[in-house]
Design a protein around this ligand. Sequence first.
Ligand code: SAH
Ligand code: SF4
Ligand code: F3S
Length: 440
Amino acid sequence: MKERTYAIHTYGCQMNRLESQIVAGKLESAGWKAAAPDSASLVILSTCSVRAKAEQKILSKLRSIRGNERGASGRKLVGVMGCVAQQMKEQLVEPPYCADFAIGIGGLARFDEVLRRLLAGERGLVIAGEDGRYDLYYDLDKVKRSDSRSAYVAVSRGCSNFCTYCIVPFVRGPIRHREPKSVLAEVRQLVDQGFIEVCLLGQNVNNYRYENVEFHHLLEDVAQIEGLRRLRFITSNARDLTIETVRLMATPPLMPYISLPMQSGSDRILALMNRGYMSAEYLEKVSWIREIVGDAAISTDIMVGFPGESEVDFEATLDAVRQARFENIYSFKYSPRPFTKAAAFNDPIPDAVVRRRFQQLLDLQREIQLDRMLSFEGKVLDVLIDGVSKKDPNVVCGRAGQNIVVNLHHDRCRLGDLVKVRIEKANPHSLSGKVIGRAD
Ligand code: SAH
Ligand code: SF4
Ligand code: F3S
């Protein structure tokens, strides 16, 4: 191999992003340098299999990388990690994909070994373990954070919920909780390195429990770390959300933001999904957040077209959306996944109906969302600057505590600044305003 250069394409959730950063860190400490995907001698796809579409996109990317290389000199190494690797294992190193290696969730801890064997000329390596278990602890010093101010910290791996539509428990294995002192040590180290914001990660983050330490105890301990300015966590399950956690969200460093997937507003569908809560309980928890946390933003995930979803069920979802008044919705069309119970459920919903319901949900949310965003006009929000607009270099952007994008005209702002911003204008997906001072 001429040069040791690498590129990683990351798909899927925050856990995948963190795992890409862990692998990038391992590569760099072994002397590899980041490069553009076209010129890199090693390309890794960090993959997601949560919906069929995500998986297809990745598989066609894999084929196209191999296709583009045909005839090129110096053949590049192409590998797959993440959930699709765990799911497909050997199939990925065989035609038509012909990846040089596939490292499932179960194999990530052996990445150094894979690299050594690749450099020694081995190809077609598959390391996936049986059930996606792997060592929870990673080498903190090596993680290559993609942002110098905001960092992800995993508090658990895997998920044991077995929602009937979801592949995650099958590819990532059962939930394993990380020892609190290890989480605290990582956050302390990040703060010492100048990080302002930490986001605790778990597929079902508030299901955390280590001996007698529950999620809100862990949050409380992390919140007390001197110098930590912003603390977030993702993704919460309504079943496991406690009033103690909501109370903590009302005071910094906790941020007034929660991702709380609802999936459906119909009790019948929620039961078929095995979500572990009913619509009334979900909405009650939303009202706790609205009452206890000032100016909170709630984001949710909603799935349309689950097997057997009737018009009445779908209407119940629309009703719940009207009541909850989410600041943001990620909506998905149900897609059957391997290994899952729901894949065998009868009564699929015709595509045309799914598309119509999906559009109805978007239309309803558009109105609600604009209204929610307008409610921020005139307010002063703390914003962490994290980028420059692609369209206009004089516009910088950042994120409010509510996790809403805020655009600002301000030439004195620098990346990583935490500033107070008076919101002047609301757009459907972002806010804009003027800096009125520093937020410290
Ligand atoms: N752990 C999170 C969700 C992780 S997957 C939780 O418990 O909510 C992210 C989102 O993808 C889910 O909230 C769900 O809305 C969607 N999703 C998962 N499996 C899906 C499937 N088979 N078809 C369509 N959407 C799906
Ligand atoms: Fe999947 Fe449910 Fe676990 Fe979320 S809680 S990862 S949707 S099984
Ligand atoms: Fe996707 Fe795996 Fe995350 S399936 S959503 S990358 S846990």
